[in-house]
Design a protein around this ligand. Structure first.
Ligand SMILES: Nc1ncnc2c1ncn2[C@@H]1O[C@H](COP(=O)(O)OP(=O)(O)O)[C@@H](O)[C@H]1O
Ligand SMILES: [Mg+2]
Length: 637
């Protein structure tokens, strides 16, 4: 499989790809075609035989015209007709055989390319998905792969078959009569020149069209997912206008393709047709002069006519090949993107990869404000001099996170508080390595997260995100995604109970109920509770929760908090929180401000000593911090 490639080569590829010839691009399909090469070659061979059988028909005609027809031998004519019928049948059967030979293997090629693309997309880092529109990926996995299958089924074989057929036909024609043969060959040069010019132009337009299909797919996908917002804000008209605009652009591009195709078709069809007409006139004159037998002229002309289809089809075969080359290019643009880097223990042979630099210089690890100790090899979850800048941000901008030093002791739970946009979500995403650190390190029980395999890391750390996503599967399957494969019903029930998601049992089919795309049929609070259940079902050592309670009503929230308190007692946790009630679940609070951990302490300490913290906490909708904190203190005792 062509998934792993040298890294240096890859940087060049982006620029190089433009001036690659279609043939070289299509050659990249070889690894996928290789397994079915025997079938494909056999099929091409069968097609060539079939095509050549077709070319024998004119020779039988010649024999009939010069023999039985001239001699008025009825039995001979019948025999000739029988030969023709048999030849026709053989040709049809052979072409049928060809189709049968390749249909299944090519469906297999398409399926395996699609599977590879999907697997690769799953392995690509979040940063890649941030950068790429989903419609572009969707169209590559559907339209482009379909184009490739069609190319392998048709143009690939028939460009070869037609070339052989034309060659054999021309030899036969030259064999019949030199002069007529040369007349027929006359248009060859202008036709070839037109094809070359056409290919270049068509390549550019085909690429444009396929990219525009991707854009269109993105709009469709977004408006289907965002249908509530579009309806709610009465935006369907402007959305429809935007869509119409894009589809009009695409239509324009398709028309340009059609115009190019019709130009080349005009040349390819007209010139040979003229040549055939000229040959007919010259031939008739020769027959009249007695220089040529009528049978030879019939054979000659029917050979020329038999070659019409192979010649005419060259135009759209080339067009399809060009589209396939573009599709291949688009497919490998995704496949060439680097997947998440392997762990240190594994193969880090491709040293040029932008692996996070480990161990920031000591000067960067200076203890900061009330931040946790930065002594190394501590248990629990530790951030050491962490700096992070999004990969697509310019290098000279200030990092979103800088000099983050924070230590969450084993078994402790730490709330993370900060203004909107301060980088809380970003910080939580660093722990399961959804993004790579720009510098610094994060350790779990003293072990650097970049030293572990991703499986190991993600088995240790469990996450629940702000936006709870449910997949089109049953409630149980959605929750058990967070568990080991051998997890069973008791685990599920326990997790549902902890997340106060017992409503799942009351659904029509209980936990076997299908939830729709993104769990559309459930309320926001229900989805959040299922996401929480998914986070705790695997009994992770470390729990990272990004504001997991934001969509819950006050009563449910109180219930989830009560349950969470039990979970937190068993794990080391980092919880992004907005409300005092959530903050109070944690043992300590860290305040994220200006890209740093500005303060660490208990809720009360910070309320007293830190103005920003006090402000953040007072601004939230629950305005009774005193009552809440009393409760918390009771719990703490
Ligand atoms: N994928 C991304 N690429 C570039 N910038 C991002 C990305 N995601 C978030 N940001 C920026 O990072 C900053 C912090 O975002 P975030 O971590 O979501 O904040 P919080 O969760 O504290 O509200 C914001 O300014 C946001 O615009
Ligand atoms: Mg956030």
């Amino acid at each position: 499989m062509p998934t792993t490639r040298a890294t240096a080569e890859e940087a060049d590829q982006e620029t190089e790809i433009k001036d690659r010839s279609a043939v070289r691009t299509l050659l990249r399909l070889w690894p996928y075609v290789r397994p079915v090469r025997a079938r494909l070659f056999t099929a091409a061979f069968v097609a060539i035989i079939a095509s050549c059988v077709g070319l024998v028909i004119p020779l039988v005609l010649k024999w009939m015209v010069d023999g039985p027809v001239a001699d008025r031998d009825l039995a001979g004519v019948w025999l000739g007709a029988l030969y023709l019928l048999l030849l026709g049948l053989t040709e049809a059967l052979l072409f049928g055989l060809r189709r049968w030979l390749i249909a299944r293997p090519l469906a297999g090629v398409e399926a395996s390319m699609r599977a590879d693309l999907y697997r690769h997309l799953q392995r690509l880092p979040v940063a890649f998905h941030d950068r790429w529109a989903s419609g572009q990926l969707l169209s590559r996995g559907t339209t482009d792969l379909m184009l490739l299958r069609m190319f392998l089924a048709f143009p690939l074989t028939f460009l070869l078959v037609n070339a052989v057929t034309i060659l054999v036909g021309v030899i036969i024609m030259l064999g019949q009569d030199w002069t007529l043969g040369l007349i027929i060959l006359g248009p060859a040069v202008p036709v070839v020149v037109t094809c070359v010019v056409f290919e270049k132009k068509y390549a550019a337009v085909a690429r444009l069209a396929q990219d525009q299909v991707g854009d269109l797919t993105t709009v469709v996908e977004e408006s289907v997912l965002g249908i509530r917002i579009i309806k709610g804000f009465g935006r369907h008209r402007s959305q429809a206008r935007a869509f119409r605009e894009l589809s009009r652009t695409l239509r324009g591009t398709e028309l340009r393709k059609a115009r190019l195709l019709s130009t080349i078709w005009g040349v390819i069809v007209t010139l040979p047709e003229l040549a055939i007409g000229a040959a007919l006139i010259v031939g008739v004159v020769q027959v009249a002069d007695g220089e040529l037998s009528a049978g030879t002229l019939v054979a000659f002309l029917s050979t020329a006519l038999a070659l019409r289809w192979p010649v005419d089809s060259i135009g759209f075969l080339l067009a399809m090949s060009q589209e396939a080359a573009t599709a291949t290019e688009r497919y490998f643009e995704v496949m060439d993107a680097k997947p998440e880097t392997a762990p240190a223990a594994g193969s880090r042979a491709a040293g040029a990869a932008p692996v996070p630099q480990r161990a920031a210089p000591p000067s960067e690890q200076r203890p900061h404000a009330a931040a946790g100790s930065s002594t190394e090899q501590l248990g629990g979850l530790q951030f050491l001099g962490v700096r992070f800048r999004y990969p697509d941000a310019p290098a000279d901008t200030t990092p979103i996170l800088d000099h983050i030093d924070l230590h969450i002791r084993p078994g402790e739970s730490m709330a993370l508080v900060g203004a909107t946009g301060s980088g809380k979500t970003t910080l939580t995403a660093l722990v399961p390595r959804l993004h790579e650190l720009t510098s610094g390190r994060i350790t779990l029980d003293g072990e650097d997260i970049t030293e572990m395999s991703r499986e190991e890391l993600r088995a240790k750390v469990s996450v629940a995100f702000e936006e709870p996503t449910l997949f089109s599967a049953t409630v149980g399957e959605n929750v058990l995604m967070g568990a080991r494969p051998d997890a069973d019903t008791p685990d599920l029930d326990r997790a549902l109970a902890i997340a106060q998601a017992d409503f799942a049992h009351a659904l029509p089919q209980g936990t076997a109920t299908q939830v729709g795309e993104q769990g559309l049929s459930l309320s926001g609070g229900q989805r959040q509770r299922l996401a929480l259940a998914r986070a705790v079902v695997g009994r992770p050592r470390f729990l990272v929760l990004d504001d997991p309670l934001s969509a819950l009503d006050v009563h449910t929230e109180a219930a989830v908090e009560a349950a969470l308190r039990r979970v937190l007692a068993e794990t080391t946790a980092l919880i992004v929180a907005h409300r005092p009630s959530t903050v109070l679940l944690a043992d300590r609070v860290a305040l994220l401000s200006g890209g740093r951990i500005a303060a660490v302490g208990t809720h009360h300490e910070l309320l007293r000593t830190n103005a920003e913290y006090a402000h953040l906490m007072s601004g939230t909708e629950e305005s009774e911090p005193t009552k809440e904190s009393e409760q918390a203190e009771e719990v703490a005792r």
